[in-house]
Write a protein that binds this ligand. Structure first.
Ligand code: F6R
Length: 616
């Protein structure tokens, strides 16, 4: 987590850095800082809190700089304070860091034994000292990289300026993201493309154990061992317009409303038209290869993990292959049984989540075929996968994931169809019918978005609930989990998702008058099993009601029976089994959003969270 940026060039450094940090703020917002180098000195600005406070603090900094670096922090070592804010400056070195230096205590002891004074509680300052020691010993930055990185354990990316080589920035990457934005009048270093997209779309992604010396006209990329790399320049297809709020009060609301468009784009880019059989862009494996898999293993974190649970339903139904779903943080430590007949799929919006990346490496070590489903082209997870499936949600900036989730579901659905065709479990006409359902979805989503005003109003009456339970069955159970996660992360209310049938086995003890239970009960068209389940869900609902709990039901439009049994009711259009998780997700997102707004929460930057979790 933490966002880092550097710039060397001719534009106004203060603005480039502050603007970049604002775009990176979703990565952490405990404290922030900027260092600007002019012809005489390095000027340091650091604050506790947000970039807005840093902007105020820098209002008078109107000098012409040669280079600068900036940081927005998600605290790991040391409390959120000015003292622990980056950049850290010692001797000749000014440094910003993202990641964790695991052996920092041992390195700190060594440094203090040399008589150096460590001013902060951070692991990052230690790296600045290590570099300074090398520079004081007349080493060049490049020579220093080799000796310092040899001493560091952990995952990190850092950018630093040395007083001895004032026209260069040094960027070093091992385990945390770092990229170079190649511009016209200068070059940029950043954790994420969003920080540089308004200046350039030409991106060089650094790999682990690589460093870059970045001047305003040239960049030199090398491996730690000194081998020079010819940088691959990628041109991004995201536009700078996509990273604004477009008049919405919050990114989250904008991103919720972008879902029909995200779906349409994802569909258009993944399904190749004009071909007789269903193909899926990015899935490199042939039919013959797909036919060899006897298991699918899906690994992810958070919302992406909920998408994986829905993917299990799709793949098991359409392709008849057993699917395992794991949290990435558990998978890597549980000795998973995988081999070359396993299709491993890693889902990650950012493509940078540390646990998911480590899990991918683990699966490859075990000879599994590693595919990924990411939203960020060129991200670390994408680069290390055998096949890359891309969602086209566009940049997702709100910390709570919304459009990434529904586009992930759409690609998982396509993958299930593709596997079903390759393995002969779906006929061509069955696959066509199922594919057509997806094309209808953006229209259904637009209708559900029309519920916004109703949801806004009804959240007023439910604000006093201290506990929220979300219940659903079958393919709606992961939607219940996602509904609870959305609510808890942005409102800070206690929320849990359960399969409705499990309520009696414990959770029902929580029900009282101060609780609201969200009941997902919208049987998909033509699904006799889930229609039967409707009766069972209604019984579960009655059990909650009998104990004084409030009921918010999300059901099919026109379901007057369900409406009559509930304190509040939201009707969604009837749709197919496969589409129903996508349709039902939208009221969940809007419910969390409006509740958070009415409670006065910081919707796009909820406390303690960061969007891209690049530490274990
Ligand atoms: C929740 C949320 C997180 C992420 C999780 C994984 O709204 O955004 O739970 O889903 O941190 O992130 P990615 O998908 O980037 O790997």
């Amino acid at each position: 987590m933490c966002g880092i940026i550097g710039y060397v060039g001719q534009q106004g450094h203060r603005e480039v850095l502050l603007d970049g940090l604002e775009r990176l703020e979703y990565r952490g917002y405990d404290s922030a800082g900027v260092a600007l180098r002019d012809h005489e000195a390095v000027h340091l600005f650091r604050v506790k809190g947000r970039i807005a406070t840093l902007r105020e603090r820098m209002a008078g900094a109107n000098f012409t700089a040669r280079a600068g670096i900036g940081h927005t922090r998600w605290a790991t070592h040391g409390a959120a304070s000015v003292r622990n804010a980056h950049p850290h400056r010692t001797g000749n070195i000014t440094l910003v860091h993202n990641g964790i230096i695991e052996n920092f205590a041992e390195l700190k002891n060594e440094i203090t034994a040399l008589g150096r004074v460590v001013k902060s509680d951070t692991d990052s300052e230690i790296v600045a000292h290590l570099f300074d020691i090398e520079i004081q010993n007349n080493k060049s930055l490049e020579e220093a990289v080799q000796s310092v990185t040899g001493r560091l354990r952990g995952a990190y990316a850092f950018v630093l300026m040395s007083d001895k080589e004032p026209d260069f920035l040094l960027g070093v990457r091992n385990g945390a993201p770092l990229l170079v934005g190649v511009g016209e009048g200068g070059n940029y270093l950043a954790s994420d493309v969003q920080a540089v997209l308004s200046h350039t779309k030409k991106i060089v992604y650094l790999e682990d154990k690589e460093f870059v010396l970045c001047g305003d006209k040239q960049i030199t990329v090398k491996r730690y061992d000194g081998r020079e790399i010819v940088p691959v320049v990628n041109t991004l297809n995201w536009s700078a317009d996509e990273i604004g709020r477009s008049g919405y009060p919050h990114y989250m609301l904008k991103e919720i409303h972008e879902q029909p468009m995200g779906l349409t784009r994802t569909l258009a880019s993944n399904v190749q038209k004009g071909k007789k059989k269903l193909t899926l862009s990015g899935l490199e494996a042939t039919d013959a290869k797909l036919g060899t898999f006897n298991k699918v293993s899906i690994v992810a974190c958070g919302t992406s993990w909920h998408a994986a649970l829905v993917g299990k339903f799709y793949i098991e139904r359409f392709a008849k292959i057993p699917v395992e779903v794991d949290y990435a943080s558990e998978f890597r430590y549980r000795e998973p049984v995988l081999d070359e007949r396993t299709l491993s799929l890693f889902i990650s919006q950012s493509g940078e989540t540390a646990d998911t990346l480590a899990a991918l490496r683990e699966a490859k070590d075990r000879r599994a075929y590693a595919a990924s489903l990411v939203n960020v082209q060129g991200s670390s997870i994408a680069r290390e996968s055998n096949s890359v499936l891309l969602t086209q949600a566009g940049p997702e900036i709100g910390v709570a994931s919304t459009k990434a989730f529904t586009t992930q579901l759409s690609v998982l659905y396509l993958l299930a169809l593709r596997l079903g065709r390759a393995r002969g479990t779906l006929s061509s006409s069955q696959a066509d019918t199922l594919l057509a359902e997806l094309s209808e979805l953006p229209f259904q989503m637009e209708r559900v978005l029309g519920l916004s005003d109703n949801i806004d109003k009804l959240t007023h009456t439910l604000l006093r609930s201290k506990l929220w339970l979300f219940m659903g069955r079958g393919i709606h159970y992961p939607v219940a989990l996602e509904g609870a996660l959305k609510l808890k992360e942005i409102t800070y209310l206690h929320a849990e998702g359960y399969p409705a049938g499990e309520m009696k086995h414990g959770p029902i003890a929580l029900i009282d008058r101060a609780s609201t239970t969200v009941v997902l009960c919208a049987p998909p068209e033509g699904e006799s099993l889930l229609t039967q389940m409707r009766e069972k869900v209604l019984s579960n609902l009655m059990e909650v009601k009998a104990r004084g709990g409030k009921i918010l039901a999300v059901g099919s439009e026109g379901d007057t029976e369900l409406q009559g049994l509930s304190d509040a009711f939201l009707g969604v259009p009837r749709c197919s089994w496969g589409m129903s998780p996508l349709v039902l997700s939208i009221p969940m997102q809007l419910l969390a959003y409006y509740t958070a707004v009415h409670l006065g929460r910081d919707v796009d930057k909820p406390r303690n969270l960061a969007k891209s979790v690049t530490v274990e």
